[in-house]
Design a protein around this ligand. Structure first.
Ligand SMILES: [Zn+2]
Length: 48
């Protein structure tokens, strides 16, 4: 046991090794891939 908890994207659970970068929020992490996905989803939501 240690403090090296694996850093996982909170969206899809990808580890840092699988993604280009992780953005840390107050209580979660999101990867660049999911940020882009989130922007697309948001754009669609706003069009409705
Ligand atoms: Zn992600």
């Amino acid at each position: 046991m240690g403090e090296d908890a694996p850093e996982l994207c909170s969206f899809y659970g990808k580890t840092r090794a699988l993604v280009d970068g992780l953005v840390a929020g107050p209580s979660s992490l999101i990867c660049a891939e999911c940020l882009e996905l989130g922007q697309e989803i948001m754009a669609q939501e706003l069009q409705q």
